[in-house]
Design a protein around this ligand. Structure first.
Ligand code: HEC
Length: 276
């Protein structure tokens, strides 16, 4: 009885705190788009991660950095799994500043697999200046930093909804001509209406995706919806590159505990059998 009560209180507490976080932000719940890596057994779709990298590189990287990802991560198991040769070539497409050399000067060289993804702007001020004062945040951990509310069940079983949040922001713009008179009046200069954005409806990011903006190597049609999904999956991986390893370890632990519980039960019945 006591256990039941405690459980009920804990559940109510969780529901309340999730609800409160939701209400405080007052934003629209994230779209419930499903991904291959959801749930306790979900894994990443390599093709999707490779397409997502392409979208990041060709579109998002113009404004957003990804400080915590190195090119070599792209070939590690559990990720997009590009070959090492491909990663060398991908890295070499970038110019990276290195140094200082023996004369104390910085110099440019082609990127190496060990380099982090280079930032598009030298510092935060430059990034803001180029974006009308808004700051394009680093995307490496965005799917952890911004959970998307998409239902209690989903949030408990399928994940915190970070990729759903990114997807919703990318596909959630309302064109200016569809805004009500009221909203038009409060529209800040240079901002667009996006009810999914966690920082208050008006977003300083121009709508980044249009159909056929990238050409996928695997022939997948590059619709806005597809690109948004792919890049969201890529960002889910960058925020948790060891997810597949964690899930398979967790599964083994559950099996181990199951066998242990069974054995303990059998031992217990044996020991107590004589006591009767
Ligand atoms: C032209 C520059 C530009 C491009 C290109 C761009 N963004 Fe942004 N992005 C911004 C800016 C600026 C903000 C901050 C907006 C604000 O604070 O109002 C932002 C905000 C965001 C946010 C919300 C962050 C938060 O704190 O909740 C996400 C998610 C995002 N961008 C993802 C992307 C993805 C994914 C791409 C590529 C498909 C992309 N962006 C392309 C400039 C850009």
């Amino acid at each position: 009885m006591k256990l039941l009560k405690t459980l009920a209180i804990a559940a109510a507490g969780i529901a309340l705190s999730l609800g409160a976080a939701q209400a405080a932000e007052g934003q629209k719940p994230a779209k419930d788009v499903s991904f291959s890596f959801e749930g306790p057994f979900g894994t990443f779709d390599r093709g999707q991660l490779q397409r997502g990298y392409k979208v990041y590189k060709e579109v998002c990287a113009a404004c957003h950095s990804m400080h915590y990802v190195s090119f070599r991560n792209l070939s590690q198991p559990g990720g997009p799994e590009f070959s090492e040769g491909q990663v060398k070539a991908l890295a070499a497409e970038y110019t990276v500043q290195d140094g200082p050399n023996q004369d104390g000067e910085m110099y440019d060289r082609p990127g190496l697999p060990s380099d982090r993804f280079p930032s598009p702007f030298p510092n935060e001020q430059a990034a803001r200046a180029a974006n009308g004062g808004a700051y394009p945040s680093d995307l490496s951990l965005i799917t952890k930093y911004r959970p998307g509310w998409y239902g209690t069940f989903n949030q408990l079983v399928n994940g915190i909804g970070g990729p759903q949040y990114v997807y919703s922001v990318l596909t959630g713009y309302v064109p200016d001509e569809e805004l009500s008179e009221e909203l038009k009046k409060e529209q800040p200069e240079g901002k667009l209406y996006n009810p999914y954005f966690a920082n208050g409806h008006w977003i300083g990011m121009p709508q980044p995706l249009t159909d056929d903006q990238v050409t996928y190597d695997d022939g997948t049609p590059a619709t806005v919806d597809q690109m948004a999904k792919d890049v969201s999956a890529f960002l889910a991986w960058s925020a948790e590159p060891k997810m597949e390893e964690r899930k398979s370890t967790g599964f083994m632990v559950m099996i181990y505990l199951g066998i242990l519980a069974l054995m303990l039960y059998l031992v217990k019945t044996r020991i107590w059998a004589k006591a009767h």
